[in-house]
Design a protein around this ligand. Sequence first.
Ligand code: BTN
Length: 249
Amino acid sequence: MSPVVGHTVHTFETVDSTQAVLGHLAAEGALEGTVVVARHQTAGRGSRRRQWWDAPGESLMFSVLLRPAVPIAWAPQLSLVSGVAVVDALRACCDLDARIRWPNDVLIDGKKVCGVLPEAVSRPDGRVKYVLLGIGINVHQREFPPELSDMATSLLLATGGPPDHTRLLSVTLAALGRRYGEWLSNGFTELRLEWRKRAGMLGQRVHICDGREGVAIDVDDTGALLVDAGRGALARVVSAVAEPGERSA
Ligand code: BTN
């Protein structure tokens, strides 16, 4: 049975970051599936040490507490699992055919509509204590700052009439619960096929963080991206999960 994600939802008008608020709740023993959602963040966290900026009410921003009893090395797979769930939700809610850019950006027509930030705390035995899965979906933006306008889109821009936040949140939490349950039961191997069906970047040229370039050809059973780096070299790129507040590299 899938774990229930969203049995308890704490809703705020403004917080620094839903990740920070949920981190406090997690440290106090909150149950798996607890959610924090906010209309505005003053210090939203993005991946790669970036800030996640929002204008009040324009984005759906929430964090989900997960407590999988798995080695911490498996936690990055939750990035890919989340990407699959968000694509499922956008299809169900908005009839959109969104695509995933490894590991977890969700794109519509090549522009980013959703970002996912997994932050994890481990136990001394190397297993996961908890994961804070932060999700930000661009919903009502009519335009973006010039530096983002080539790269970002919103559900309003993509469909002309976005769903309301409450429905989008409940559909996304249900999809997350379902995909997370599959991952807990069966591991990443079967979800890998679902990820590949939704991927928008396989066969495309990508830059690897070590400075090399290549063609993304697949993800493996651990969620790592396999890149044909030319001359017979196959690069295996692993996604990172940061400690809360530290920001993933
Ligand atoms: C990315 O950079 O692509 C990840 C962005 C994640 C943003 C979300 S918004 C809700 C949650 N709270 C945060 O502070 N960040 C995540």
